[in-house]
Design a protein around this ligand. Sequence first.
Ligand SMILES: [Fe+2]
Length: 174
Amino acid sequence: MEKLYKLLSDAQASLFVLFHKTWVYHWNVVGKDFQQLHTLFGEQYNTMFEEIDRLSEHMRYLNVKPLSSLKRVLEVSYIEEASSSANDQSMIADLLKSNQDLCEKLGDISEEAEEQKSYATANLVQDLMESHGKFIWMLRSFSSTPGIKVNESIQEQEEVIEEVEETIEELEAE
Ligand SMILES: [Fe+2]
């Protein structure tokens, strides 16, 4: 069961970081789709608020303590914090990737839980997978590059940032 508890704890921390990130983007989004994205992110963080509570209470039933330190939450989360310089499209790409990563990990938990015959746990994480699958669909509908895999578009953005940083370094060295 130890493995299952660790997977649950990491997922709880990651869900907490995704909740916070979505909330931050709900405040900070700007652009022509402001109203729709503000509302979409609002619905998603509100859903996650309920999910975190449900998951944490189920962990207490399993005699696992959810992490209480925010520092520790950030350390174990496989989802990164909100970017302070994101525009509307990079917010969407970032949230898409985070939700996809979360769904993948939830799938691992579901498998492990079924193997351990912890069916209530499997059922709970499968519910989360369904709701985050819906998030993915909605976010994808707002993406300006829906045909491109999110990981690719983030990689492209990272490459551009790297190039800019190199240019700055070169200029500074002159
Ligand atoms: Fe709000």
